[in-house]
Design a protein around this ligand. Structure first.
Ligand code: NI
Length: 137
């Protein structure tokens, strides 16, 4: 049986600040630069979620992309869009909201909820030039 990967892409925007409260202000400024600005800054994020599986014989789908879209909205997008990632998002509580940590947290929200295929990749783009990929390791 063929194994196929399918991807859904969604976008949202959110504010954050990179700041490690266990470190000094000086360390934070030196490490994170502008991303440590006290009053937060925003990004236009692009989230791509890839699911792998065998096409269903009746539908030809690995996963219904409308269903994947709904999962992404319910468990991620609707909870982060137009929010402050440091203060407003329960699944990021206590997590430094770097793109890396954010991608891992998104994986943890989605992986147990996906039926019909298995989550194989979360790609999160923070800017045109910066993105991360997480494969669940
Ligand atoms: Ni940033």
């Amino acid at each position: 049986m063929p194994t196929v990967q399918v991807t859904r892409r969604e976008s949202f925007n959110a504010a954050h600040r990179l700041h490690n409260p266990k470190k000094s202000d000086e360390w934070n400024r030196a490490t994170f630069g502008k991303c440590n600005s006290p009053n937060y800054h925003g990004h236009n994020y692009v989230l791509e979620v890839t699911v792998e599986g065998t096409p269903d014989p009746d539908t030809g789908y690995v996963i219904d992309l409308a269903y994947l879209k709904q999962l992404m909205h319910e468990h991620v997008i609707d909870r982060v869009d137009h929010r402050n990632l440091n203060t407003d998002v329960t699944f990021l509580q206590g997590i430094l909201p770097s793109t890396e940590n954010f991608a891992v947290a998104i994986w943890q929200e989605l992986a147990p909820r996906i039926e019909g295929g298995r989550l194989v990749k979360v790609r999160l783009q923070e800017t045109e030039k910066n993105s991360v990929e997480y494969y669940g390791a």
